[in-house]
Design a protein around this ligand. Sequence first.
Ligand code: NDP
Length: 420
Amino acid sequence: MNRKLLVIGCGGVASVAIQKCCQNSDMFPELVLASRTIEKCDALVESLKGKTKTVLSTAKVDADSMEEVVALIRRVQPYAVLNVALPYQDLTIMEACLSCGVHYIDTANFEPENTEDPAWRKIYDKRVEEEGFSALFDYSWQWAYAEKFEKAGLTALLGTGFDPGVTSVFVSYAKKHYFDNIDTVDILDCNGGDHGYAFATNFNPEINLREVAAPGSYWEDGKWVEIPAMSIKRGYDFPEIGQKDMYLLHHEEIEALGKHYPEIKRIRFFMTFGQSYITHMKCLENVGMLSTTPIDFQGTKIVPIQFLKALLPDPASLGSRTKGKTNIGCVISGEKDGKPKTIFIYNVCDHEACYRELGSQAISYTTGVPAMIGTALVLDGAWRKPGVFTTDEFDPDPYMDMLNQWGLPWVVVENPETVE
Ligand code: NDP
């Protein structure tokens, strides 16, 4: 059977996903690494020489170009494509997979690079009005491919990172094994790591800052409630980390869980931030550095947030300096056998242990490992069915087993602290 995988993108998350595929070489006997900067793919292959049975090769591709991606897929003839480039490329790569008849996997939902594009904005404005949340990303663009993937007999697995990805699987696992009915879900993302810089983002700065600077929103009684950015703050005592402040954000798994689990009355997402991060972000936002609209600077068009990205530390370089742990999980309340019940399912990941194992920090690690797991489950058939799906729509058990096996062990605590 053809088990050749084409991986597009070679940044922080890709580096972990690729190294994990190489540890799992029975499942992944052959990988082709393709990205815009081929030198990054070549360097990763070089660092893996003699350490894996997986056969590796590299290619250069601009994944914004349908023609280039289609030509690459036709030449490589993979079974599936793992897209760990940026959300901007999701639709191009999905289209290319469809036209070449290969399965598709990614870790983040589509977001346009140019939010001033009138064609995109018209659809966006309608969605904001109808749905009531204003995030720049949403699943509608990729869910629109469901029928095409179904007809082609292909699987598109969306958002198999940690959040979204593992957090959504935590909810389906809780539903399968712990609850008759789920009433509320609070997804908590705590990065207790310290990289020693006054300001840096732990994944792609452009994507990260766009997400954090946007209004927050949560799902309640079948509809969205939107709030000003960072206006709901709570404290939580995270196991193995301690007390942290966290803020309510919009997050993509809320959309999928709200659709697939209509019984859930409220779904919220909280992320921890230190005061230094918030002060820097507010200042950058106030001076216009988070803007995605190109400006003319001395005769050259520049996008402020892309210029900022060039100034900030590369997230992939934070590994060697980051100390501390992440704790990401779900506090889930509901009913079992007529009695109220609350559990907290979470994973704790240690930045320094990730760096020792793969030369990466924990944010890339916690995303790259589930990217490998989701891809493996599509390849081996356990999570393969025609259509477009998120991770909460499959049997959670094999995914949960693989998290334990591949470096992201999880814990279930009954009667945990809840979030007010
Ligand atoms: P990086 O910026 O580190 O890496 C992105 C990679 O994609 C780079 O190798 C970049 O190439 C490549 N790339 C960008 N544009 C193109 C293009 N047009 N054609 C080909 N390659 C391209 O990002 P991360 O690794 O931090 O993030 C990767 C993905 O993971 C993102 O979609 C992010 O949103 C998602 N993510 C998901 C999380 C989750 O839990 N679900 C958490 C964190 C991230 P170049 O080297 O030339 O810049």
